[in-house]
Design a protein around this ligand. Sequence first.
Ligand SMILES: [Fe+2]
Ligand SMILES: [Fe+2]
Length: 352
Amino acid sequence: MTQPTLPTAAAINTSNRFSASDKRLINCNQVDVNQLMPLKYHWAWEHYNNGCANHWMPTEVPMTKDIETWRGNQLTEAERRVIMRNLGFFSTAESLVGNNLVLAIFKHVTNAECRQYLLRQAFEEAVHSHTFLYVVDSLGLDEGEVFNMYHEVPSIARKDAFETELTAEVMDPNFSTATDEGAQAFLKNLIGYYLIMEGVFFYTGFVMMLSFHRRNLMTGIGEQFQYILRDETIHLNFGIDLINGIKAENPQLWTPEFQQAMIDRVKQAVELELDYAADCLPNGIMGLNEDLFRDYVQHIADRRLERIGLPMQYGSTNPFPWMSETMDLAKEKNFFETRVTEYQAAGSLNWD
Ligand SMILES: [Fe+2]
Ligand SMILES: [Fe+2]
């Protein structure tokens, strides 16, 4: 029988304590990923605490009214199409984000406080996936139809393919952030998921689903989308801080060519999102139509570009100012009225 191996003297090192300034977001050789304290990236810890303060579960939201509405004759075929398309997109998009986080991003972020946030975000993505299972179950929808839209409905499949190629690139066994080329590919993944997937591709869906809520229809799903939107706003803000942090520590990555490539990707994403909006709303409903979505998607794309220091491209105005009010949930007096438990104790969140 072999004896257990004892740690060597090299592993037990009492002389080389690190200071917080030694920490790095990627390619950190000085501090291992288990040393949360002393904190360096206080923003990561703040996002983690904000996420925890917003804890919720989909099953706390009653679905009785939604079930009545769905089974009754209040909704037109066009309105049902909007709901189904968005359930189809989000049900698998949440999972694509969660998998990219755990399988592609986590390994290459070499900092404990950021990993602490990523673990929290990964759980939130699981809660979001849970939401769509709960909605499909409650309304008695065809689960095969909803969970296959990501490869059966072209406008959804194209958005998802734009993202999954980024996951595949970082998951390649030979991938490394040690070279500038690899680190740029990693930044491209972060921009593709945080800025584009969670920051652009989710937003026409938020507008559409929250428009039902504003008309007092499908309010259970609407409330769940409000919680998801609140979580996603923090995901986006964390992603922006991480991207800007990596840029600051590795300025050589942010070349004019790379910046242009990222602007081009955002512009491509805007077109994909407009195709998706047109596919959801072929004839326009509830005062929503393709033209309004063009302005809206361009408006949020500009906001996202500015946040990572890139020039805005469109200059469109926001046709849905009520979205900003919806995001400022702390001010919504009625927001918690159907909640069993109120987790958000205090504190203000930074909404984009
Ligand atoms: Fe999510
Ligand atoms: Fe997210």
